[in-house]
Structures are given as C-alpha cells and as structure tokens.
Design a binder for this molecule. Sequence first.
Ligand code: ARG
Length: 566
Amino acid sequence: MKNYKESIAKEIEKLDIGLDYEKIYNLIELPKTNDMGDFAFPCFSLAKTMRKNPSLIAEDIANKLSIEGIDKIENVNAYVNFFVDRKEVYNQVLNEIIEKKQDYGKSDMGNGINELVEFSSVNIAKPFHIGHIRSTVIGDVIRNIYEYLGYNVIATNYIGDYGTQFGVMIAAYKLWGDKEKIDADPINELLNLYVRYTRESEDNEEYQERARQEFKNLEDGEEEATTLWQWFKDISLREFDRVYSMLDIKYDNYNGEAYSSQFMPAAIEELKEKNLLVESDGALMVDLSDYDLPPSMLIKSNGSSAYITRDVATALHRHETYDLDKNIYVVGSQQKLHFQQLKAILSKMGHKDVSEEVNHVQFGMVSLKDQVLSTRRGHVVFLEDVLNKAIEKTRSIMEDRDNDLEDLDQAAKIVGIGAVKFQELYNSRIKDYIFDWDELLNFEGETGPYVHYTYARAKSVLRKAGKEEFEKMDFSELNTEEEYSLIKSLESFQQAIIQAMNRLEPAVVARKVMEIAQNFNKVYNSTQILVDDEKLKEERLALTYATSIVIKNGLGILGIKTVEQM
Ligand code: ARG
C-alpha cells in the first residue's frame, strides 16, 4: 500500500487548493474502519482560504478526482474518502509474503549502523528472580527488532560482578563457608551467607571493616580474594545460563562491572584533569547542580569506586570500541536518576556525543498476584521456577485438550515460556504489571497461547486441504470485509516493527501480532475456507498461509517459537 498515499497527495495538489504536496500528504489520515475507506483527506483547514463550507470543498474535490488504483472517491461531510482497488492490495501484499516468506517485513534500513543493547544485567551470587524477566525479555526483543531491520547489534549482559558486596561475600565465606553446600545449591547458599553477614555486621564495626578490606584485596588483585570471587562468578553464571537457555537468549558478551573497572582509572584521571571532582567528607563528588541533579559520588571515602564510576568508564569504552548509533540500557525506572546523572557527567566531561548515545529504556515493576517480591528476606521467586511452572501448567492444559500432538513436552515448553514472554511484552513497558497465571495462560484471552493456537489452527487448515506451499498468483476472488481487514493488518506489519524501533517499545509488535491473530479468527469464524469453488478456495488458503507466515515472523521477533499443532 506504499504508493497510494503519494498518488492521492499528488492528484490533490494538481487541484490548486492552496496547499503544497508536503502539507497535503501530512493531512491524509488512515480511517479506523473499512467503510470510511482506506485513506481520508480532511478539508477543515481549507475553509478559511477557500471561503467555502468544508463539506462543499470535500464534495468538489471528490467529484474532480480520479486516481489510478483507487476504486471509489466520495465525501462524507468534510472528509474525502478514498477506497483503493482491493484486488490490487491483495495481489501486492499476499504475493510479497508468498515470495519473501521468513524475510517478509525485514528491511536493510539499518545497514552499517551499530546499536548496543545492554539487558538483563543480573548480579552475581544473587538470585535470578522474576523481577529480572523484564529487562531480559524486553531487551532481547529490542535486539531482535533492530536485527530484523538490518542493524548490527551488540547484545551485552552487564553482569553485576563487582562492588563492595563482593567484599561481604568473601569475608562471609572465609568465616562460615561450606564448599559442599554451595556446590549443591549455589545461589541459595551464597545468598544465605550474604544475608547472615549483612545482619551480623549491622552493629559490628569489625565485620564491616573486614568486608571493606576484602573488597580492597579484590581490587588489588590479591590471590585468595580473586580466586573466591572467580569461583562465585563461575557457579553463578552456570546457574544463570540455564535460565538464558530456557528463554533461548544469547549474548555477544558478558562484559560486566568487573570488566569495566579496568577502564576506570583513565576516566577518573580525566575527571580530575577537567577539575570535575570535588572533595566532600573524604569522598570525591561531581557537582551536577547545573543540571538540577543531586551530586554524584564517584570515589567513596575509603577510596573505592562506585556503581556510577563503572558506568562512566563503560559508556566511554563502548563509544570508543564500537561506532555506536545508540548505547541502550534496558533497566528499571528506579534507576532513572542514575542514568540522568550518567548523561550529565559525560556532558560535563565534554563528551556530548557519548552522553547522547546513552538511552535509558525504562520499565515498570512486575509483582506476583499474591506475593511480594523481595530479595533481601528470602521470599525470592526464582525465574527458573516460574518458567518451569509455566511449562507444567501449560502441559496439563494441553493434555486435557483434544489434540494429536506428537511431542507434548516440546510444545508445552514453547507455549508455556511463550506465554510468560508474551504477557511481559503485551503492555507498554513503562506500566507496572501483575503476574497472573490465570490471565497469561488463558487460551481465549489476549495471550501467547491464543496466538499460538491461532497459528496452529491456520496450519491445520492447510494440512487438511493438503496444500502447504504456494506460488505467486492472481488474486481476484477474495470478497469479504473480514478478509480485507486481515490483509490490512498483514500489510502494516513492517510499519509496526519500525514504529516499535522508534519508540523502543516491543508492545507495538506484540499488539500487531495479536491484531493479526484476531483478524484471522474473524475470517475463520465467518467465512468458509474450504469452499467448492476451486479458485476461491485456493486464494483463501493462500491468505491462511500468508497469515501463518506473518504470525511466525512476528512471534520470532518476540523471541517465541511456534508449534504446528495444538
Ligand atoms: N546490575 C544492576 C542491578 O541489578 C543493573 C545494571 C544496569 N546497567 C548499568 N549499566 N548500570 O541493579
């Protein structure tokens, strides 16, 4: 449908209504319902210059125009409505899908442009809990969106493997650590040690000092501290990798906080040279009052670096290493101030370009329906357990349904994990949401299982008809409103992906996939596909086939695989 809007604008311009092409083009709207046409031109703004009632202007324009590819032009009040030749649209869109298949909707607009997407960024020796689903899944989809549009993406997991809490871990392990226990249940045991040490050092000056000393040892590269830290890291990452592999998410690198600390001295040196560090109670701060932000502490009074120090060094390092368009951080909105400060510090250092590269992609909180999520007190809900439960629950729902699935386990895994991801992605990211099992596994709701089921339904229609491959054809028979609505949502698939990229908002893609699934079901419920008329039947099957392809491509961007039967 790419060229209609241009030709409409061009033809209207020829009528000399006192607006140039650009203005006319921008005025053209897409009506909400098919009965108002495919495009509409509102004439309100012309009333003044033409000194005429806008409805009469619209009527006049409608009468004068005739445009190739447009079947009908009529005015409704002050609007000129344009109805395109539907056969032409069917041919354009469906043949493009038939031809491009898994590449339908892709683009090379990102050719040669690099984007860094940092997501998940979990902390070592801490649980990978349900709250982490957000950054992990949203970030992965942002990566997929960019790749689909031809960008080169560097997917980074900025793991939290540095900082004073590792001093705590090392000190605690030296006091009470039990290697066997940790090997048996790494994260829980490490967490126990951490919680115990934090509690016992609350009014124990000596413990506090020990932890600080151990972090200092780590920063100085002392052998025992380093070995313990490396071990904590290895066992934690092994645990995390199980979750990433269940989610089918891969990274280009795990360059986290420890990795980045090697670039700190240079950054601190630069801050000093530029006279940006001011002393306050022994700590070194950057004053950000000219940005209306609170000051930021880069060096603590005991001389160790802070979280923000590593981020300053990281942003500079990423800028130097990759020729970046954007440096994207998918991190919860609680860290909004942190990223504002980061951008401000980089600007003050004179690195406007680095500062502008930094994009904080925020999101709201997830909470469980009847549980609070807290990492500190041990009421932790591990993401791995949630995923396993999703698979289990899906399996039992699918078992009860009448189907002839060959590999129920595999299907339950795809649909179950898909359900968790889809729920995560369906609402705009900035909103908080409540994790609700009944809602996300409702096969009739606006859910992953509903989309999966629709895809499987389309595939089953094709199997039943014995026709699963299609060549380009001349579409001349499709004739219902439902079919036309479906084709329009297939047609706008790529626009949705581009919009999702511009807004860094995966929900736009999830919503488009849902719209396509719903529109297909409207066709399925209102229209017989396997009719006697061979030509009509073939076209309806081709539409079914095209729908299945676009749903599959869309789910693919959302990081969700499909199942052929359900
Ligand atoms: N590990 C941090 C946390 O759990 C998130 C890291 C966000 N990324 C960054 N570059 N600061 O809070």
